[in-house]
Design a protein around this ligand. Sequence first.
Ligand code: NAD
Ligand code: ZN
Ligand code: ZN
Length: 391
Amino acid sequence: MATAGKVIKCRAAVAWEPNAPLVIEEIEVGPPQEGEIRIKIVASSLCHTEMFHLFEGKDKRGFPTVLGHEGAGVVESVGPGVTDFKPGDKVIPVSVAHCGECRFCKSPKTNLCERSWINDHVDLMSYPTTCFTCRGQPILQFTSTGTFSEYIVINQIYVVKIHDDAPLDRVCLLGCGIPTGYGAAVNTAGVTPGSVCAVFGLGAVGLAAVMGCKNAGASRIFAVDINEQKFEKAKVFGATDFLNPKAYDKPISEVLAELTNGGVDFSIECVGNPEVMRAALESCIKGWGVSVLVGYTDVDFSARPIQLISGKTWKGTLLGGYKIKDSLPKLVNDYMTGKIMVDEFITHKMDLEQINDIVSPKSNNSIRTNLLDDLMNCFHKSLFKFHSFIF
Ligand code: NAD
Ligand code: ZN
Ligand code: ZN
């Protein structure tokens, strides 16, 4: 490629500071160094974790940054030592590393990687080095990715090569939200055929969890959200029962216990709220109930010891437990062969310039957005577009 080895100037949405609108800027993206890959981002979508960093997190470091960690693109060039990728490969950059060599990567018990940024810089929400500069200063890459930029540079341990025919404006969603929720059900919870499940929070993560429960053979899936507009879409993914906790004058765990003869077999929290985390645990049946935390927050949570003494299990998941290099290409293929839904998460498109209509406190907890530059536009017009999810 003509750009290989050179600095690329391109557009990105920069978050200069917390609680402020993003600014569309021209940024410089340096060439990839040892072990790194430069990717032309074709499509990207918005996960609630970006909203958390911008508006909700207690730690206000980690700025200026380029948000975005659900993206897909094409390799533009590779740095020295990169042999598994070449220019033109279709790829998904992911916030969860998979070096394949550390003791965690070698263990089948976890998808954590010892080399991941998350081990040392979780409050910063990025590692301290970056390929981005703007107006003469370094700009961080949110969770090592920063996909709200037309180009990124990222270490190869975070990159997955996918099928040549994969539609990038769809499979970008497999960069975080869908595998997280789906894997929370099928991997972390280990939902079993015939079981009764409850999913709390019906954003893309929760809807994917509903889809995971359904594909694992659950007989009954309760979809729980304070926004009843989400119920219709949850039905599409397999939910059978719908509960708004605000509609009851008693705790939702009691409501579920009455409806299920003591509680659900599996509950999955996809909100990021400590009270909901507790409610999800309390909604499980004693003896064997399993509750999985998916939602992210930086405040403490609590529960009564009897909840666990009585035989319940409380677990958490990062990206649904998936080791990215082994699993994401398979999930892309599962989408392409109709085993999992992806298109159903998408509602409409917007331009990059409209990003602040979506990334704002107003849209918190209600809108899911997919920043998209579809392939044709990418190569012919270099325009970004948005897909947004309003469930
Ligand atoms: P989202 O904002 O699209 O959806 C959240 C949903 O929760 C909304 O439908 C909202 O109405 C609902 N909700 C809010 N308060 C509620 C309450 N009290 N009870 C029931 N429902 C309530 O978010 P998302 O992008 O789907 O992400 C969900 C969570 O998962 C976030 O906390 C995000 O940070 C986290 N996350 C974790 C991982 C991981 O690897 N563990 C990965 C991605 C996202
Ligand atoms: Zn995410
Ligand atoms: Zn590793």
